[in-house]
Design a protein around this ligand. Sequence first.
Ligand SMILES: *Cc1c(COP(=O)(O)O)cnc(C)c1O
Length: 390
Amino acid sequence: MSRKPSPRIETQLVHAGEHKPRFAGAAVLPIFQSSVFEFPDARMEKSNYHDLLYPRLNNLPNHKVLGDKLAALEACEEAFVSASGMAAISAALLTVPGEGGHVLVQPGVYGGTHNLLSDDFGDLGLSFDLLEGEDPAQWARQLRPQTRAIYVEALTNPRLQILDHAAVVQFAKAHGLVSIIDNTFATPVNFQPRLLGYDLVLHSATKYLNGHSDLTAGVVAGSREWVEKVRKRLNHFGGNLDAHACFLLHRGLKTLALRVRHQNETAQRLAEYLESHARVRQVSYPGLASHPQYARGQAWFRGFGGVLSFELEGGVEAACRLIERLELAVHGPSLGGPETLISRPATSSHSGMSAEERARAGVSESLVRVSVGLEACDDLIEDFAQALEA
Ligand SMILES: *Cc1c(COP(=O)(O)O)cnc(C)c1O
């Protein structure tokens, strides 16, 4: 018997999950811009009220196709899309711990996630602790009888730290915890956490998955059991993705591999260029041999994405001057879009933290973060060269 080879990710991006037969033969899935769908029969014998199509139930053809495609991309049994990354993250974190639950969380997670944990968890009778150090023996001392989950990110923002993901999964299995990972910064092109054994894989699809800086969306993928539970909660909260945004995300996804590979390559070259520049003090990018988790990254990741961060000689003043003088990079937050973005995390993504918390996360006042876009790499390097020369 011949085994059918599983399609490669470029092919899955185009073909996985697509509705067969195609609606009216259309190569591109139409937008089901309808909030009402007719019942098939007067006596309701051929239909079940619970199978009703309704946008908030995340069950329009636009939702189903995206869910099936994302499940294939993340090598998961099931997946669904949501109105934003935070809709996905909050639905997961308000489902998995259960009543009175406790979660262990990697320090330095996305600011919105940190706010959910520190501002909302307590009100809802839930609790969390930040993981101390990298030794699972130490994590075990932080366990409580109510600990139900461990929550981490593939790569942290903005220093791109990489945990020992195999150790996280093993720790979760040994202690009966659900392992949850935010894979936004890596994307399934670079890393598929489910293959390592993570239970739930979350995304802000606002970033690379959509890739065009024109919508917010999120993804929950993972084991059927957990995805179904989280989906039910999200449907109660009303965090569905609108059909038109589904269409845009679906369109954006088809080029994900092309975009991410270009961004991997550009970020690597820009990181090497900056590291060799006399005015640059230190560069954080996992593809540099100087990165503290370089070996880990090589073992598990196929690439490291488009985000890098660095410090200049000359501190905050030099950082601001660089931002002013760059002609191509847009001074703005976020990541994963076609345009290169530059920001100072201390005044953007990490401005909600105290100076002390920032220092602990390795975020100095002068740290600069870049999300490379889809411009020609040589043009970007020339732009950085002129801005650093001035
Ligand atoms: C942006 C981001 C989020 C939140 O996503 P939204 O789509 O803005 O709600 C979560 N995690 C990471 C790592 C992010 O970069």
